[in-house]
Design a protein around this ligand. Structure first.
Ligand SMILES: Nc1ncnc2c1ncn2[C@@H]1O[C@H](COP(=O)(O)OP(=O)(O)O)[C@@H](O)[C@H]1O
Ligand SMILES: [Mg+2]
Length: 247
């Protein structure tokens, strides 16, 4: 579904993405792990076109996105949903307006948008009474749910989550992971979750690790604790990156 070849991106003279290759199969649920500042968010933003790569290829559904015109790109990005790191809700809008924003901005009648928004709000485990609330009145977990509901308005085939559980308590972390898994099943989607939360391995199918601008490992999530790739071994156990040892 997504193929990335020899992707490169620098900011000023700092190389962030350094000839990265990655393949994400249709219906996969992939967790991308890696330390803070390794360029995980920059990678996702390149996939969804928020950051332009310096070179390399990103192929989504057999189409090289660098070769598409604006309309063709729009068609591709309609399939892609992106859930931002900090939910990115607009503080001056209530939940209904935040979730329905695209349709409302297109001038759609709010009365028609309301049932669609309500359906998504229920899909993410919230109730109708939340619609009139403002982001400041919501807990961290509720904000993440609302952010996901907004993404679901587009019924995406590919959903990318940037650190969906950062800053949440362990119970909310589990609930959000369960919600991501349910969404993955309900939409029969391809899901990509950037995380440094090791709990994600219980839900993901595949794990890829980003290190020094490259994907240095891809393997099944189920057996990740037996993985003897030294970088993965140390990362998931929170060990210092000293001399690389596996045992
Ligand atoms: N728009 C940008 N302009 C300049 N530097 C950036 C920009 N976005 C990210 N960076 C830099 O790229 C590096 C990787 O950032 P990021 O992808 O956010 O890391 P991660 O998500 O893995 O924690 C960081 O050093 C960050 O400062
Ligand atoms: Mg990030």
């Amino acid at each position: 579904m997504i193929k990335i070849r020899n992707l490169k991106k620098s900011f000023d003279s700092k190389i962030i993405t350094d000839g990265l290759d990655l393949e994400i199969k249709r219906h996969d649920f992939m967790a991308i792990i890696g330390r803070s500042g390794e360029g995980k968010s920059v990678l996702l933003k390149q996939i969804i076109g928020l950051i332009k790569p310096d070179s390399g290829q990103i192929i989504i559904d057999n189409q090289d996105i660098s070769k598409l015109n604006k309309e063709e790109l729009h068609e591709i990005y309609k399939k892609c949903g992106y859930v931002f790191q900090f939910a990115a809700l607009l503080d001056s809008l209530n939940v209904f307006q935040n979730v329905g924003i695209t349709l409302l901005e297109e001038g759609e009648d709010p009365e028609k948008v309301r049932p669609l928004v309500l359906e998504k709000i229920k899909n993410v485990g919230l109730e109708e009474d939340v619609l009139e609330k403002y982001p400041a009145e919501l807990s961290g977990g509720m904000k993440k749910r609302v952010g996901l509901a907004r993404t679901l308005m587009l019924t995406p085939q590919i959903i990318m989550y940037d650190e969906p559980t950062t800053g949440l308590d362990p119970i909310t972390v589990r609930l959000i992971h369960e919600l991501i898994e349910k969404t993955h099943q309900d939409l029969n989607a391809t899901s990509i979750v950037i995380s440094h939360d090791i709990e994600v391995f219980k839900y993901a199918k595949t794990v890829s690790m980003l290190h020094e601008g490259k994907i240095i490992y891809t393997g099944p999530a189920q057996t990740i604790w037996e993985c003897d790739n030294p970088y993965v071994y140390q990362f998931i156990r929170g060990l210092e990156q000293g001399p690389i040892k596996t045992k």
